[in-house]
Design a protein around this ligand. Structure first.
Ligand code: NDP
Ligand code: GDR
Length: 343
């Protein structure tokens, strides 16, 4: 049975990847952070009692800021594959917390790579690199496009990209970068733009929210569907030779387009609800990301199927269903309105 370690297993991608690997018969180990409240909602449905002799999912406390812990953990698990998905992943927040972002999203990767080396294990290593590394380089962007990051987050990811390549070249490690363009799902964090929009659509439809405060609506993004992208990550580690790959749909949409698709699906007009708020602007914006994933299609047979309009419908439906489950009866509506305005 193959063993995999996933950092960031409690995040959007980590949860889908854990599902995929379990479905393929892997034993899956996940790194989770100690938190004062539960932070495992995305993987609770996969949880198995570790006393169960057939359990194949195991969670371990750890943090990318704690290198010694990573060495011990890698030595004891001895995984065949390591997926480094953990990061402070919010671009806007990286301007508020640049040093923390550098420590987790940048240095965290070299701590993990060094832990692989120090533990003396032979494994394949996946680094969650990002289209944000291209930043101001004009589209379409592929594996040969110059990096020009526009945020502390993007700069930290460039560091992780190069250190991953360096460990491949210096130590012969099977280490790859997946350069993934934006990918979303009903499990997307609530403060990323697509989920912020689809949650708001559900709440506006239910009458518990009126306004949606937004920043730059002109930004162009290449939005795909997260479950398809984790399949691409896995394929990268099954290749004969290690190499870096872009995963993207190749189809551009603006934030305004996404608003239109999401609100239309619920029979609403976004213009009646969206209010500009400069707090959601970034000091330096990434204007346009449109990926060219032809290398992944050629080498790995990977191709994105879901496009932004369908994605918006999937996410709106999921948020409407989630709100119904949550039940609106007991909600203090003025309080909810105040919270949604503040978030
Ligand atoms: P999320 O923000 O949903 O998940 C991030 C994960 O990292 C969470 O599990 C979080 O734990 C964990 N984490 C954060 N800091 C630390 C730390 N110091 N030590 C250990 N774990 C930590 O991200 P996504 O799932 O969307 O993305 C996965 C990866 O892919 C990230 O590295 C992201 O930067 C990158 N990426 C994402 C893209 C996207 O469109 N989704 C595109 C390109 C790259 P907790 O739950 O406790 O907060
Ligand atoms: P991004 O995603 O920065 O591309 O990073 P995000 O959804 O945060 O922003 C996309 C675009 O929408 C604009 N925008 C807003 N964004 C947010 N969050 N909130 C708003 O109110 C808002 N209004 C407009 C932004 O300015 C931006 O142009 C994501 C993350 O998952 C990264 O970890 C990943 O590496 C990249 O995608 C690829």
């Amino acid at each position: 049975m193959k063993k995999a370690l996933i950092t960031g297993i409690t995040g959007q991608d980590g949860s889908y990847l854990a599902e995929l690997l379990l479905s393929k018969g892997y034993e899956v180990h996940g790194l989770i952070r100690r938190s004062s409240s539960f932070n495992t909602a995305r993987i609770d449905h996969l949880y198995q009692d570790p006393h169960d002799p057939f359990a194949r999912l195991f969670l371990h406390y750890g943090d990318l800021s704690d290198g010694a812990r990573l060495v011990t953990l890698l030595g004891s698990i001895d995984p065949d594959e390591v997926y480094n998905l953990a990061a402070q992943s919010h671009v806007r927040v990286s301007f508020d917390e640049p040093e923390h972002t550098g420590d987790t999203t940048g240095i965290g990767s070299v701590r993990l790579l060094e832990a692989v080396r120090q533990a003396g294990i032979r494994c394949r290593y996946y680094q969650a690199s990002s289209s944000e590394m291209f930043g101001a380089s004009p589209p379409p962007q592929n594996e040969d496009t110059l990096f020009y990051p526009r945020s502390p987050y993007g700069a930290a990811k460039v560091y992780s990209y190069w250190v991953t390549r360096n460990y491949r070249e210096a130590y012969g490690l099977f280490a790859v970068n997946g350069i993934l363009f934006n990918h979303e799902s009903p499990r997307r964090g609530e403060t990323f733009v697509t989920r912020k929009i689809t949650r708001a659509v559900a709440r506006i439809k239910a009458g518990v929210q009126k306004d949606l405060y937004m920043g730059n609506l002109d930004a162009v993004r290449d939005w795909g569907y997260a479950p398809e992208y984790v399949e691409g990550m896995w394929r990268m580690l099954q290749a004969d030779e290690p190499s870096d790959y872009v995963l993207a749909t190749g189809v551009p949409f603006t934030v305004r387009d996404f608003l239109q698709h999401a609100f239309d699906h619920a029979g609403l007009d976004w213009r009646d609800h969206v209010v500009f708020d400069e707090r959601y602007l970034r000091p330096t914006e990434v204007d346009s990301l449109i990926g060219d994933a032809s290398k992944a299609e050629l080498d790995l047979g990977w191709r994105a199927a879901v496009r932004a309009p369908e994605l918006a419908r999937i996410m709106v439906d999921a948020d409407i269903a989630a709100l119904k489950c949550e039940g609106t009866e007991w909600i203090d509506k003025p309080q909810l309105l105040a919270w949604s305005r503040a978030s």
